[in-house]
Design a protein around this ligand. Sequence first.
Ligand SMILES: [Zn+2]
Length: 424
Amino acid sequence: MSKEREAGDGPHRDAKRDEMQQGGAARCRVCGGGPLHRWVHLPDMPLTEELHPPAHAGKPFLADIDVYVCEACGVSQTVGMRDLSPYYIDYGYTVGQSAFASLFMERLAVAVRDRYGLKPGFSVVEIGSGDGVQLKSFERAGARVYGVEPSASLCQASRARGIPVMEALFEPATAALLPEAFRSADVLLLTYTFDHLPDPSGMLEAARQTLHPGRGLLVLEVHDLDQIVERREYCLFEHEHYTYWTKETLKGALGRCGFRMLTSELLPASQRRGNSLLIVAAPMDAAHVPDGRAEADRIGTTIDYSGFQTELDSGIAALDAFVAAESAAGRKVAGYGGGGRGVMTLAAMSTAGQIAYVCDANKALHGRLAPKSQVPVVDIARLAEQPVDTLIVFSYGYMAEIQEAVRKQPNAPQRIVSMLELLK
Ligand SMILES: [Zn+2]
């Protein structure tokens, strides 16, 4: 959990000032070119992690989320810099509680090892290694592992698990600070970290310096922008994201930074996390051979940039219409999922006030309010105490697990519906 802060402190105030300073002549943060065209606008959105106790109600950080696309390289991105580093220090985000997520981590480690024939003792460095749970999977798969993580509390959790970690934000200069045994690594791993970095090209440059030139592998997991657009999944546009990637734009950026994409099919979609684009790349001169699909992927996109804002607004309107109709029919509604998807989805809805509460398995969130929408996050047991007729699942990626847990509750809601169905 992020520490509670007063609105106007530290990163908040800086972010607001940066918003005001950003002009129209911005250069692309990936290729340095442009021009940039805005195609997503979400007004007054909070930070995904800033759930607060009721006493702090009404004072969350709010700023517009604007996403631009670069005409030169096609990468979608935010404009301007905001220093969220103080925010990351206490950023306690982790997905380790879900059985599905744990299984994914095991499968990822085994798939990387087996597909590329890595021998016992292969070295793995993870950037943004969190509580070390993913590296633990690699260790079980026979690797020597090392993490880099800016959050002090997550570093502590990682060390408690026996996973060595450096407390730092990874920058090009950090590569030289790694222990000797990890300076020419076999695998460099970033899961849902790459899109949180303001300078992705600098990161790729640092990655090339960190990896063994002949056999190194770069494993990247980011949200898939093509899927976000297709599903109108606007909650994945977050202040914490600097860039948004499609398979094609990622392949292009990798190529410009001396990497070759080897595959985007390491694991089948059914085994990946919600909306995950998982790719493996290697330094251009490495011995690895790309699979046919990675070679054939053309650079280009099917995203209708000029039409998406209308689609997005229709999605939010459809969600609001559903909640309004349920309320009008006297049916009570609650949500499931107090993480980023729930927080951001609720923040853009005009009917959030008609949602009684949001259940979540994460005890640290219980008793807190989602920023802006002020919907309380509660234990799943609330479903028995204060029954509802309809449950909207925001964390739809764990739908099967959630349905199972909800149906075990006394007075379980009659209808459990995925947010994705309502956004259409
Ligand atoms: Zn560009």
